[in-house]
Design a protein around this ligand. Structure first.
Ligand code: BES
Ligand code: ZN
Length: 931
């Protein structure tokens, strides 16, 4: 039996092989450039084995392009009690070549039945032909074997009946639960597909290039509602009281954007200027927290429609807060899913920072409705075309719609965050190879997001806002409902530019997207002459290290430099395309500052007296430099210390002007570095330095700490500064801070949690309160009861600052159990515990000892797993710790588990070790002279 089957399959392949070579190839869609099945068939010996032992007719991870999907009819019937679902689908496919098999993605699904109809079969109502199905789980693929080969250019209909489990975890079609005010636990079912999990919910061509239309039907009980990408057309009543909702057919889109949800949520709705119905959904008791999101999404939708000059193409847009969510949010077309804390706003417990976050996430996912949904990257190597743009559009849209949130200033942090990563050798180019699902997941990192956004911001600054906008409109219009790659973006931009300028943009942007790392521009001034030199900036590798030279080879950027001088406010521009260059200043000046407003993605080092001249200016009158320039100087100075290019005392001297600093942005940057050093000393128990640093911080920043009020007044930056300063003061045991927080905490407990504490100091008050057993236990009780995600986050953080290991262990146990502390919050909990000097060893040991459990919960490449790994290790700064971490990673690699984050963590720890070796004595002496 097995033998005859095998023979049949071989005949099928050989038949295919012949026709594939003999028939000329007809290319229907020029966008498809994936491996074709011909390639495979030339290597007949290379069949992997399917689960039943038969040869599986495809060996690539990417699907063949011989049959492409046009339309899916999908019916799903989940049972929220037994937690399984039955489903069926009919996929209309176009045969682009003669083929005898169709390869689809499918993961953890049980295929019951598969049949094939040709158009002729349907026309004459002929029965379908039953298909043999082979399964190859290693590639998450199934093969449908067609009895007679499909004819090129004809359409076919593949019908599949299948079933599966409503998954645990956060991927595919999964279960989420929530607690009502009355204490009842309710279950809902929700999808999350990006990047490669649609295949867990229905067999499909699960690659972004295979765009199709989807007609979705969902069966549900009457106590539930069903939502999907499109509005509901009708509901049919079935036998036994079941209801079947039919949704309108979608526009042409990728599988990862499909979504459906069965729940019992409530909503608020409004209509955008162009008539789109926008609704915000949340569990019934959280309905009151949805209003801000509605206001923001309506405003942002209006903004994007006019900014892109393209209307949102669907009749409705739902935004829904899911109680269990792996990422922060997901941009499913027409049905955007959010973690509760990324969508809901509770005026009583959400801080200024929380409001900024919610607005940013809404802006980000709405931007994806164009960047990502309307125009999609061809393959995941270019995920930055989705994520970098969405992150960049947060800046553009918030500047226009919520200028009072002052996100423009905060954007600098977006770039500073990625510079940390990109200045390690373990970084990667924005556009990078990705093959396996894990590698694809790993592409969703700060390089794709933040660096993508930062180089777009740099390009906008270079081209002008108007030209840049025209370029992206052209790109969006040209590639609507299609896919694009890196180069298509630059061509679209270039089209609108003058001759010469177009090539300049293309060449320039290639150096930022195809090459990893960040450049260092070294400036040396001799009179009016500026000598410029570019290098690859590497933190943790010094110029005198033997490895340095080899790490520099073949790196060259086209850097759109900007600079201003002490003589005028004019912004000068120059593109540095070579390793060295010389510039002549129009007039003599006392200082030169490069990278105006920190819009460029590069670090600047001023050789000779350059830094001294700038420090002198900051001390004399810092307002002659722009706030973002002052912030950039602080950033660059401390980065240069990490690279061994500037001495720590010089960078510390630069912060001495901060006492007079009026910009919260600059103040927070300087304070941030000092705080970082304090925590490093505290963790390592280098108590003489940590004590002196503590005294220095409290003494030096006393005037600004003491003027902070304990309320929510002021601009967003006033409020963020307040939160940071008071957190620091209480962290450092500053008596007035502890007294005030203790007082507020007691009043709060006495009021049985009813007292409204100002939101910006809430976390501080809880953290101080958590230091007693009574306070800690009370907070945990409130955690169980709270209906506000914003408050729960603050309580959990406070609980994690307790200095007792048993309490910290208790939290980890609750997080592992997933009932009181949800699994979705476990990664940030472990990260928070690892920040606590009393918890760092505990968290790290826990991760090592429970690796298999954690892996099962989150999956190797997930956001959570990467946060757990880096959050519990990258602060280490000793050789022993480095060795421990290395051993652990080696043991994982030996099991075939590999992540880029391993190397990033190892390089980060090495960098910390080196920093301490070089700078600890300097820090010690510098402080001694000042305390
Ligand atoms: N498309 C992503 C969601 C996602 C992340 C899918 C990782 C697959 C893997 C979404 O648009 C996103 O970027 N979400 C962010 C929040 C955003 C405000 C930066 C997230 O989840 O962190
Ligand atoms: Zn995104």
């Amino acid at each position: 039996m097995v033998n005859s089957h095998r023979k049949r399959i071989l005949k099928v392949y050989l038949g295919f092989y012949c026709t594939a070579i003999i028939l000329p190839k007809i290319c229907i869609c020029s966008q498809f450039s994936m491996p074709s099945s011909d390639q495979f068939n030339q290597d007949l010996g290379a069949f992997p084995a399917a689960t039943n032992g038969e040869p599986f007719p495809w060996h690539e991870l990417r699907l063949p392009n011989t049959a492409i999907p046009l339309h899916y009819d999908l019916l799903v019937h989940p049972n929220l009690t037994s937690l399984d679902f039955v489903a069926s689908e009919k996929i209309e496919v176009l045969a682009r070549d003669a083929t005898q098999f169709i390869i689809l993605h499918s993961k953890d699904l049980e295929i019951m039945n598969a049949t094939l109809h040709s158009e002729e079969d349907l026309r004459y109502r002929k029965p379908g032909r039953k298909l043999d199905v082979l399964s190859y789980p290693a590639h998450e693929q199934i093969a449908l074997l067609v009895p007679e080969k499909l004819t090129a250019d004809l359409k076919y209909y593949v019908a599949i009946d299948f079933q599966g489990k409503v998954a645990d975890g956060f991927e595919g079609f999964y279960k989420s639960t929530y607690r009502t005010l009355g204490g009842e636990t309710r279950t809902i079912a929700v999808t999350d597909f990006e990047p490669t999990e649609a295949r867990m919910a229905f067999p499909c061509f699960d690659e972004p290039l295979f765009k199709a239309n989807f007609s979705i039907k969902i069966r549900r009980e009457s106590r539930h509602i069903a939502l999907s990408n499109m509005p509901k057309v009708k509901t049919i009543e079935l036998e036994g009281g079941l209801l079947e909702d039919h949704f309108e057919t979608t526009v042409k889109m990728s599988t990862y954007l499909v979504a459906y949800i069965v729940c019992d949520f409530k909503s608020v709705s409004g209509t955008s200027s162009s008539g789109v119905k926008v609704s915000i959904y949340a569990s019934p008791d959280k309905w009151s927290q949805t209003h801000y999101a509605l206001e923001a999404s309506l405003k942002l939708l209006d903004f994007y429609e006019s900014y892109f000059d393209i209307n949102y193409p669907l009749p409705k847009l739902d935004l829904i807060a899911i109680p269990d969510f792996g990422a922060g949010a997901m941009e499913n077309w027409g049905l955007i899913t959010y973690r509760e804390t990324s969508l809901l706003f509770d005026p009583k417990t959400s801080s200024a920072f929380d409001k900024l976050w919610v607005t940013r996430v809404i802006a980000h996912e709405l931007a994806h409705q164009w960047f990502g949904n309307l125009v999609t990257m061809e393959w995941w190597n270019d995920i930055w075309l989705n994520e970098g743009f969405a992150k960049y559009m947060e800046l553009v849209s918030l500047n226009a719609t919520y200028p009072e949130l002052q996100f423009d200033d905060y954007f600098l942090e977006v770039c500073f965050e990625v510079i940390k990563r990109d200045s390690l050798n373990a970084s990667h180019p924005i556009s990078n190879q990705a093959k396996t699902p894990t590698q694809i997941q790993e592409m969703f990192d700060t390089i794709s997001y933040n660096k993508g956004a930062c180089i777009l911001n740099m390009l906008k600054d270079f081209l002008s806002e108007e030209k840049f906008r025209k370029g992206i409109i052209h790109y969006l219009k040209k590639f609507s409902y299609q896919n694009a790659k890196n180069d298509d973006l630059w061509s679209s931009m270039s089209n609108l530019l003058f001759q010469g300028e177009d090539e300049e943009v293309r060449d320039m942007m290639a150096t930022w997207t195809l090459q990893k790392g960040i450049p260092l521009v070294v400036v040396e001034r001799e009179g009016r002459s500026l000598r410029l030199r570019q290098e690859r900036f590497l933190s943790g590798v010094f110029r005198e290290d033997p490895a340095w030279r080899a790490l520099q080879e073949r790196y060259l950027w086209h850097i759109p430099l900007t600079y201003s001088t002490s003589s005028s406010d004019v912004i000068h521009r120059h593109i540095l395309k070579s390793k060295t260059d010389i510039l002549d200043l129009p007039e003599s000046t006392s200082w030169v500052k490069f990278n105006v407003n920190s819009n460029g993605y590069y670090i600047v080092h001023y050789e000779g007296h350059g830094w001294d001249q700038l420090i002198q200016q900051l001390n004399q009158n810092h307002t002659l430099l722009r706030p973002k320039d002052r912030t950039g100087l602080i950033h660059d100075a401390f980065q240069l210390v990490s690279a061994g290019r500037l001495t720590l005392d010089k960078a510390l001297d630069l912060t001495r002007y901060l006492q007079h600093e009026t910009s919260s942005l600059a103040l927070l940057k300087g304070l941030g570095y000092l705080e970082l050093f304090y925590h490093m000393m505290d963790r390592r128990n280098i108590s003489d330095v940590s004590e002196n640093l503590k005294h220095y911080l409290l003494q030096y920043f006393k005037p600004v700490i003491d003027t902070q009020s304990w309320n929510d007044e002021g601009s967003v930056w006033d409020r963020m500064l307040r939160s940071t300063l008071l957190t620091l003061a209480c962290d450092l045991n500053h008596t007035p801070c502890i007294r005030k927080a203790t007082d507020l905490f007691s009043q709060w407990m006495e009021s049985s949690g009813k007292l409204n504490i100002p939101t910006d100091v809430l976390k501080i008050v809880y953290s101080v309160g958590a230091q007693t057993t009574e306070g800690w236990n009370y907070l945990l009780e409130q955690y169980k009861l709270s209906m506000s995600g914003a408050e729960k986050n603050k309580i959990l953080y406070a609980l994690s600052t307790r200095k007792h290991q048993e309490k910290l262990m208790k939290l980890i146990e609750l997080g592992m159990e997933g009932k009181i502390i949800k699994t979705q919050d476990l990664a940030s909990l472990l990260h928070a515990i690892a920040r606590n000097p009393k918890g760092q060893q505990l968290a790290w040991n826990f991760v090592r000892e429970n690796w298999t459990h954690l892996l099962k919960k989150f999956g190797l490449g997930s956001f959570d797993m990467r946060i757990i790994i880096s959050g519990t290790t990258s602060h280490f700064s000793s050789k022993d710790e480095l060795q421990e971490v290395k051993l652990f990673f080696d043991s994982l690699k030996a099991q075939g588990l590999h992540l880029d984050i391993f190397q990033i963590v190892l390089e980060t720890i090495s960098k910390n070790i080196k920093w301490l070796e070089k700078n600890l004595p300097t820090l010690r002496t510098w402080l001694l002279a000042r305390t």
